[in-house]
Write a protein of this length. Structure first.
Length: 88
């Protein structure tokens, strides 16, 4: 009888140790995942800011006033007045 109790006690202690190590491993993995999530969120925010800057630059480069200024100064273009055509 004494040997059976020792065997059961050994199995219980072994199980408790195994589950404790598994719990530590899972908590460590969860902490790693939270750290990765923070890094991913930071990178996402940086990319959103970069996208905003690029959109702003596109709007600036395509603005009619800037295109007109470039056409006048660099390409020596001029605005022409439309001719009035009389229809009889």
């Amino acid at each position: 009888m004494n040997a059976n109790y020792l065997l059961i006690l050994f199995i219980q202690i072994s199980l408790i140790l195994f589950l404790s190590f598994e719990q530590i491993k899972v908590r460590w993995e969860i902490s790693l995942l939270y750290g990765n999530q923070d890094k991913i969120n930071l990178e996402y925010q940086n990319l959103k800011e970069e996208q905003y800057k690029l959109k702003t630059e596109v709007y600036f480069l395509n603005s009619p006033a800037r295109v007109e200024k470039y056409a006048k100064e660099k390409l020596s273009m001029q605005k022409i007045k439309p001719k009035i055509v009389k229809i009889q």
